[in-house]
Design a protein around this ligand. Structure first.
Ligand code: AMP
Length: 171
């Protein structure tokens, strides 16, 4: 699986700003066999973890989490950038390299008894995934794990998570 992800994710230097090495997952999504294999691997993880729902982080996390949820026979929960969803929502702010960001979760769609797998494309500093996990816990749910296509190990994101993290490729 790691080789497949490595072959289909493109490195784009200096995008969206100078100094950033952007991981472009669009080629993987465009390849039917690779997309199906990745969705299958994440759905297997959801089963192994006993997940009762799959959360995706806006926006590229949606592209993975929604098909994983459907393949697993589970519901999908969007974790969105602040201000996009109607109430009732819970909000978490977190630090970025410059400034801060905020994500939101609908508080009426998840709660005690739920075990949620959190899915995103890239784990970098871990701030976004941590905020998503905190939101789920604030809503009363348990986090079944965090799953990403790619982990940028040098940025130490895994250490910011309290949940188990599975990366299909670590670079
Ligand atoms: P972080 O909160 O630092 O772990 O950043 C993770 C979020 O930012 C994910 O939702 C990714 O989509 C995005 N992201 C961070 N770094 C990159 C990168 N090098 N390439 C693509 N997406 C990234």
């Amino acid at each position: 699986m790691a080789a497949l992800v490595a072959a289909r994710v493109r490195d784009v230097a200096d995008f969206p700003s100078p100094g950033v090495a952007f991981k472009d997952i669009a080629p993987l999504l465009a390849d039917a066999a690779a997309f199906a294999a990745v969705v299958g691997a994440l759905a297997q993880l959801a089963r192994e973890r006993g997940a009762t729902a799959v959360a995706g982080i806006e926006a590229r996390g949606f592209m993975l989490a929604a098909p994983v949820a459907e393949r697993s026979g589970l519901g999908f929960l969007p974790v969105r950038k602040a201000g996009k969803m109607p109430p009732p929502v819970l909000r978490r702010e977190y630090e970025l390299e410059y400034g801060s960001a905020a994500v939101e979760l609908r508080s009426d769609l998840v709660g005690a008894g739920d075990r949620v797998l959190v899915v995103d494309d890239v784990l970098a500093t871990g701030g976004t995934a941590r905020a998503a996990c905190d939101l789920l816990e604030e809503a009363g749910a348990r986090v079944a794990g965090v799953a990403v296509l790619l982990e940028l190990a040098a940025l130490g994101g895994r250490a910011r998570l309290t949940a188990d993290c599975t990366a299909l490729l670590v670079v």
